[in-house]
Write a new protein. Sequence first.
Length: 224
Amino acid sequence: MKTILTLALCLLSVTSAFAQNTQSITYKQAFEKSQRYSQKAQLAWNDKNEELTKAYRDSSISIFINSLVEPHVFKDRRNKPFSLGSIDKPVVLSASASWCTPCIAEIPAYNKIVEEYGDKVTFIILFHDTKDKLSALASKYNKQVILVPSAPRDIPNTDLDINGFKHSLGYPANYFISQDRQIVSVTLGAAVAGTKVTTEQAYQFNYEHLKNEIEHLLSKTKQL
């Protein structure tokens, strides 16, 4: 019998076509501006107002579109440093965690996307896990994916802050970044185990969603 799945998180995608931010600001500035909407979204969620929660969430995410990601220097799980500023291809910068069920569910589709687009796009995943915890998960990913662990000081709660790059939108999250380090789109959520769709349907759902965003990223990159 096929494993039954559902969408534990609604996949949310915000692209440049719907962004509020029309001026180029830094990601750091966008993050600071987005926090007021994130706080309102949390209050609306506490009040069980799903419609208002989504509206504030959309506003929070849209601020990041068209912002410029600074040339952060990260260290991969082998402690090798690299800079976003030195990458000469578009980038998919993801946020993940070993305890995040949707993140794990997304891995097969993510790997397939890396297999198809690894020559055109650099894939980086920032983890809310230390290097020791990440080691057990690393083998599940395509070897082309750059895996970046957190240091203990970087993970005081569920947010990320790795060498100045802050993330508080939840997991999984994918930032699609053009060759000039401008954020083209942001997606949240993935299909996970439940009761409404099959394993194959969940895989296809995640795969097609990621593929559409990659194609959008590459089309925007060609326009630069």
